[in-house]
Each structure stands twice: as structure tokens, then as C-alpha cells.
Design a protein around this ligand. Structure first.
Ligand code: MRU
Length: 357
């Protein structure tokens, strides 16, 4: 992704590994400070995922995969039985960091399957490093293809509404829904983006930052302004990502996605979900989904940046910390016009077990 620093445009990935160190763009500091957060142990990596220094379904899956490689290195000299017991525990710890996005599970399971082919812990370390690197590369490639496949859905003219941050910051590079926006922009199309704030964590600030790096015209809007713009005729398409797509086409994504899908249907606006195949779950049913609930203080307080003091500050908004904070919701398949993966554009009626290529 492009990052403008001191008048220069550099190219960064969101997350990458060098030796035993995982580097990630710290998303708790953007858009005010561009910092690379480094983790040197699997515990630090799991903590970074929990704290959302790295976030977005594919990005946390890749971070957890790298984290398993770190763990294998940390336990390299233990006898095999102990080594595998600890690796199972580490896997569980990563699975519990953020339970709703399925990429993390899919990628971690893939890591374990590869690692189990090793005959010794040192051999396992080598496999883990190589496999996690492959997973990261494949994600970047998949996200690029999503953008290339989806870009023609955007026309010149009206607004493209997007929710949460589905950009390079939520993946290894390019993004999902935002990859489509990125590649439509590279076609020199003239359109603008309406980026929802995405209360309470305000992932909209990340989207605005990424669009600014690319010089893509955009406006941040309050989540509850979306219906106003749709009704007014200002929105040509709604593009979102996914944390988990079920075989029946139901989509689990950032809280507020269901509201936007309902409004889009009411206003006859195409509602598109873009995600790599690592975000697809062909096993669970809608009623089995576990929605992550986060700290209520994400709602009752605001975290902002004091420019004079160069520091982040927490401001309390409510007299209470009693709030409900489910961070994902489920959008039923019949609200979704198309699902775009790196391989295909899938149309309803959805039966992904049969439709996936
Ligand atoms: O809680 P977050 O910020 O990790 O949630 C991210 C989303 O809901 C995205 O829409 C999703 O991961 C797909 S795009 C990377």
C-alpha cells in the first residue's frame, strides 16, 4: 500500500515477518502516527491482535500464522511431546483472541496441518516459517485479484458507500472491498467514496487514511447518515468485506452491515460483499455463529489525539460504562447482490458448497 511520509510515497505491507520479529502497522495510532509495532514472541503477537493493533479478518489470520512460527521457534529445543502440547495451547490462545473472523481459524488450521508433517521440532520451525510466508503472499495476491475482478462494478459519477476498514490495513495488502475501490481509481474513473465512521471503534478513520494515501476523493459520514444519502440517490453501490461467509450466503461482518444492507435493498442499490476464500466457512450454520463482544468502554469513551501534547487521550462520554458492544452482525443472504472472491463473482441464490471454484 502507498504510504506518504514527509512528502515521499513509500510502499508498505500491513504485516510482515523478519527473522523472529513480526512487523505490523499499528492501527491504534493511525491516522495520527504511522508506527510499526514489532512483536518478538507469540504472546506479544496474540496481545497485539486482542488490542487491535492489527485487525481485519485476513490480517489477524496472517498475524496468528506468523505467531505460530514464532511459538515453534520459542519451543524448538523441547522434546517433541512437550513441543506439540505447547503448540496446541498456543493455537487455542490465537483462536480465542478474536473468535468471529474465520480466516484466523482457516489459516491456523492450515499451519498446523503443514507443521504436523515435520519429524522433529527444528524441522517444524522451518515448515512454520515457510508456510506462514506462503499464507501471507497468497492473501496479498487474492486481494489484488478481488480488486481486478470487481473494479468494473464501479461506474463514473455517484458515491461508493463502504463500511469499516476493508483496506490493505485489514489484509496483507490491497484490501477486500477497498481493493475494488483502489483498482477502479487506477482505471481513472471519477467517483467518490462515502466512508462510514463505524462506531464505536471508528475504523472509518483508517479507511479515510488509506484513501488519502491514494488521493481517492472521499467523505467520512456518520453511520446513521447512510440512509439519507441512499434515499437522496447519491449512492451507486455499497461495498463491504466479510469476517465469515457461510455456505448459504449469510455474511458476518462489522456491526452495522445488516443495517446498511437493509437500507440498500429498500433503495434498490447493489450490495456487494468482497472477501478472499479464506473468509468462507462451509461448516458452521447461521445459528452457530459466535459474535465477539468487546469492552463496553469502546462505546462509553472516545480515544482521541491531542496534537499539542502529541498524545492519545481518553474522554468519557457517558455517566455509565454499562453498554452493549457486539462488534459484528449477520446479514442474511437475500440482502446480498453479489459475493466477490479472488476467483469469481458469485450470484444468488447462494450455495457456496456448490458454487465455489
Ligand atoms: O473488528 P475489525 O476491525 O477487525 O473488523 C473488520 C471487519 O469487519 C472487516 O469488514 C472485515 O474484516 C473484512 S475486510 C478486511
Amino acid at each position: 500500500m502507498k504510504v506518504k511520509i514527509d512528502g515521499r510515497t513509500l510502499n508498505y505491507r500491513n504485516v510482515w515477518m523478519e527473522g523472529k520479529t513480526i512487523n505490523m502497522i499499528d492501527q491504534t495510532r493511525l491516522p495520527f502516527e504511522f508506527r510499526i509495532h514489532k512483536t518478538n514472541s507469540y504472546k506479544e503477537t496474540a496481545e497485539a491482535i486482542r488490542r487491535m493493533q492489527i485487525r481485519g479478518a485476513p490480517a489477524i489470520g496472517v498475524a496468528a500464522s506468523y505467531g505460530l512460527a514464532q511459538a515453534s521457534l520459542e519451543f524448538k529445543y523441547l522434546e517433541p511431546k512437550k513441543f506439540w502440547k505447547l503448540m496446541e495451547e498456543v493455537t487455542q490462545e490465537f483462536l480465542n483472541t478474536r473468535p468471529t473472523a474465520v480466516d484466523l481459524r482457516n489459516m491456523v488450521v492450515r499451519m498446523l496441518m503443514a507443521m504436523k508433517k515435520a519429524e522433529t521440532p527444528p524441522q517444524c520451525v522451518e515448515i512454520a516459517f515457510n508456510e506462514s510466508q506462503r499464507i501471507a503472499e497468497e492473501n496479498a495476491e487474492a486481494c489484488k485479484n478481488i480488486g481486478l475482478l470487481g473494479r468494473n462494478l464501479i461506474r463514473n459519477g455517484k458515491g461508493v458507500l463502504t463500511h469499516c476498514n476493508t483496506g490493505a490495513l485489514g489484509t496483507v495488502d490491497y484490501g477486500t472491498a477497498l481493493s475494488i475501490i483502489r483498482f477502479a481509481h487506477y482505471q481513472n474513473k471519477s467517483f467518490y467514496v462515502l466512508a462510514t465512521e463505524t462506531r464505536p471503534w471508528l475504523q472509518g478513520r483508517l479507511t479515510s487514511w488509506e484513501l488519502t494515501q491514494e488521493d481517492i476523493k472521499h467523505y467520512v459520514i456518520a453511520d446513521n447518515a447512510a440512509g439519507y444519502y441512499m434515499k437522496k440517490g447519491d449512492v451507486q453501490i455499497v461495498l463491504v468485506g466479510a469476517d465469515r461467509i457461510l455456505s448459504n450466503g449469510d455474511v458476518i461482518n462489522k456491526i452495522g452491515t445488516y443495517t446498511l444492507a437493509t437500507l440498500a435493498r429498500e433503495n434498490k442499490i447493489p450490495f456487494i460483499v468482497a472477501a478472499p476464500t479464506t473468509s468462507i466457512d462451509l461448516n458452521l450454520k447461521t445459528e452457530d455463529i459466535r459474535i465477539e463482544e468487546r469492552d463496553s468502554r469502546e462505546i462509553t469513551s472516545l480515544r482521541g489525539y491531542n496534537k499539542e501534547k502529541h498524545e492519545f487521550q481518553i474522554i468519557k462520554l457517558y455517566p455509565t460504562d454499562q453498554a452493549k458492544n457486539p462488534v459484528f452482525d449477520i446479514t442474511p443472504a437475500n440482502y446480498i447482490s453479489k459475493i466477490i472472491t479472488e476467483n469469481q463473482i458469485i450470484e444468488p441464490p447462494y450455495n457456496l458448497k456448490k458454487q465455489l471454484i
